[in-house]
Design a protein around this ligand. Structure first.
Ligand SMILES: [Zn+2]
Length: 255
């Protein structure tokens, strides 16, 4: 038997907006139309989107989903937030405390995407979203030196608390990368949970399912299946299967 996902589905988005392949070489941006379609499909199929509080502390329905948005792109506030409000869907946004009002300069191929500033964070909090911690400056925390860990975990949490008036409870590792030292640092800083991307295990490395601009209705639906993480592990071990799977289910054109 192959292991399947335990607990609620956690989806990992990044930006919301229309971007060309050149502007978004890592396929991080989902268009507003597509986000609307994906969320509508989830609701129609009986999924219950939950808040971070419910995810952490309440008994939630079996088909529950936690929506997360990494990096805190300003476009997520401008183009994503209206959709979340329209559909009354809660979400968690992971922002970079040291890059408020800055740009996505940690990606050499995509250095100019605007990030949320303090006012945007206030807008998200007022809208009822959970604004949580993605570190200080998007440094990788696997094999990180102590100074980097303190700045990206302890200082980043404190800065976010000063901004929102609430201590952040969830951490998302930049690049999804972590090791035992990083996980310990996050736990000791008082975070209740930490999210990785595909590679996970335990409360301080909860895996998420990535949604990106290549997803079609079909791939999105497949990604919500309980067996998807196991399917992904299999195709990861047998790389030849991956293009075959993709040609079977298609790859979205940018819209
Ligand atoms: Zn990130």
């Amino acid at each position: 038997m192959i292991a399947s996902r335990q607990g609620p589905l956690v989806l990992m988005y990044h930006g919301v907006g229309r971007r060309s392949g050149q502007e978004d070489p890592f396929n991080l941006f989902v268009s507003p139309d597509r986000l609307h379609g994906q969320l509508t499909a989830l609701l129609r199929r009986g999924w219950t989107p939950v808040t971070l509080e419910a995810y952490l502390h309440r008994t939630v329905p079996r088909r529950s989903v936690l929506l997360t948005f990494d990096d805190g792109y300003r476009a997520m506030v401008e183009e994503g937030l209206p959709i979340l409000r329209e559909l009354n869907v809660p979400a968690t946004v992971f922002v970079l405390s040291g890059l408020l009002g800055g740009r996505s300069r940690w990606m050499a191929q995509m250095p100019d995407e605007a990030l949320v500033d303090a006012e945007d964070v206030a807008t998200l909090v007022r809208a009822g979203l959970d604004v949580e911690c993605h570190g200080w400056d998007h440094s990788c925390l696997a094999a990180a030196d102590p100074t980097t860990l303190v700045r990206n975990v302890v200082d980043a949490a404190r800065a976010l608390r000063d901004l929102t008036g609430r201590r952040p409870r969830a951490f998302a590792y930049p690049y999804g990368e972590h090791d035992a030292t990083a996980r310990r640092a996050v736990a000791e800083a008082g975070f209740e949970i930490a999210f990785s991307t595909h590679r996970g295990g335990g409360r301080y490395a909860v895996p998420r399912v990535d949604v990106n601009s290549t997803d079609t209705d079909t791939t999105f639906r497949i990604k919500t299946l309980r067996s998807y993480p196991a399917m992904r592990r299999v195709t990861g071990r047998v790389p030849a299967l991956r293009p075959a799977l993709h040609s079977l289910i298609g790859r979205a054109a940018r819209n």
